[in-house]
Design a protein around this ligand. Sequence first.
Ligand code: FMN
Length: 189
Amino acid sequence: MGVLFINACLRGDESRTLELCRQYLDGMADVQEVDLGALRLQPFYGEDVAYRARLESAHDYDDPIFDLSKQFAQADEIVIGAPYWDLSFPAALKVYIEHVSVMDVTFRYTDEAVCEGLCRARHITYITTCGGKVAGANLGYEYICGIARMFGVPEVRFAAAEDLDVVGVDVAAQMAAAAEAVQRLKETR
Ligand SMILES: Cc1cc2nc3c(=O)[nH]c(=O)nc-3n(C[C@H](O)[C@H](O)[C@H](O)COP(=O)(O)O)c2cc1C
């Protein structure tokens, strides 16, 4: 299917994270974007979980409720752009993961009750920027690493621009250093 870009850069064109993502994606063919700022997905509440569970039990995966999950499972490469918010990432990205995490689409359980991933992506590239530093609390990235293991994606790569909101910091220099890291990831796709 090509590259799936999950855009959780909710400040749109103002977003420094989106700027780095665009540098990574520049020149790539066959990119599908999921713009979480535009989609405004709702979290799964009890009735939604019950509705989806009924469809899963009936092996009826034609309902649009499964579209995002199928799209994720079929991507050859996944790029997540998400600013560092409250030690992780915007809640909109977590809500998206709720939509994507579907048994027998992105993961399954074997007869021995072992969780097995069903996604075909060779890696997830996680790009973020932060006001301070992620060091010691890179919790959004670590969560995505856990999700990647569950979904069977063998590798997660990371690039960040740090200290962007620290008074006196040379923001352009921080962004340039991050752009170099992004470029290195691009060269090792
Ligand atoms: C709601 C919110 C929460 C944030 N939480 C943190 C945080 O926990 N740690 C931090 O270093 N920066 C935090 N920041 C600062 C952002 O990470 C930083 O400004 C980042 O570059 C924003 O990315 P963007 O330009 O792509 O929107 C937060 C910003 C916002 C708006």
